[in-house]
Design a protein around this ligand. Structure first.
Ligand code: NAP
Length: 215
């Protein structure tokens, strides 16, 4: 697969490394690509670096991994290049307020995946990689007993297959939690967010979360 990665920070670099190791061609991008030259050169053949526009145009599948306060410019850059492509949105809609406290950047009750689908209406949005800190994945990827789960949500069956494959190749167990409209469980404040869980634990917590939210 040709994977375009928008954002070359903790998340972009981590999955670039894991997917490159799994045999995919990765194209890492940022607003200032020069900062990432050594990292990409270190990956070797089959790893490229450039702008978000170039990464999105190159890719079969895009991973969006930028900070939410700057997400609009990333979306604007990639929008012309992601028609009918799967864009896996790893962003969390969070920023910091003037006191340095985390704050939500979408209205309470909105679902981040659906918000992204409105921003990129020509793409097929999937949601994953939001719920696990990169440091956990670094240490827990490919660990067995217990294997660490990565929940994901996307609408089309073919995209479910692609996302499950990419999560598996990152050394995690894919757990399909439904379509994009079901992806609230991947957003901050859900009980699966920022915690290392097995697939059974993810399923139990997602079911409880939905029950609570339906009540
Ligand atoms: N870190 C985690 O453990 C974790 C886990 C789950 C989800 N997430 C989510 O993943 C996203 C990225 O987090 P991170 O920790 O990887 O952030 P990070 O380490 O701060 O890296 C962000 C990267 O995005 C690039 N960037 C920022 N705005 C951009 C834009 N408009 N266009 C292109 N590139 C842009 C930055 O480079 P330039 O400044 O050069 O553009 C930088 O390489 C966030 O939404 C975060 O909530 C993070």
């Amino acid at each position: 697969m040709k994977i375009g990665i928008i954002g070359a920070g903790d998340i972009g670099r981590l999955y670039a490394k894991l997917w490159h190791k799994a045999g995919h061609v990765v194209f890492l991008s940022a607003r200032n690509p020069d900062k990432h030259r050594d990292f990409v050169a270190g990956l070797g053949d089959g790893a490229f670096l450039g702008t978000p526009e170039e990464a999105a145009a190159f890719a079969d599948v895009v991973l969006l991994a930028v900070n939410y306060p700057t997400v609009e410019s990333a979306v604007e850059a990639i929008a012309p290049h992601v028609s009918d492509k799967l864009v896996i949105d790893a962003t969390n809609p969070l920023g910091y307020d003037a006191k340095g406290q985390l704050e939500a950047l979408i209205p309470d009750g909105d679902i981040a995946g659906l918000v992204m689908a409105e921003k990129l209406p020509n793409a097929r949005i999937g949601k994953a990689f939001t719920s696990l800190w990169s440091g956990y994945v670094e240490t827990k990827s490919n660990v067995t007993d217990p294997q660490v789960a990565m929940p994901f949500a996307v609408d089309a069956d073919a995209d479910k297959t692609t996302m499950a494959q990419l999560i598996g190749e990152a050394g995690l167990v894919p757990v399909d939690i439904g379509g994009l409209a079901d992806s609230a469980a991947l957003d901050p404040s859900s009980p699966v967010w920022n915690v290392v869980l097995s697939s059974d634990e993810v399923k139990q917590r997602v079911a409880a979360f939905r029950l609570n939210n339906a009540a």
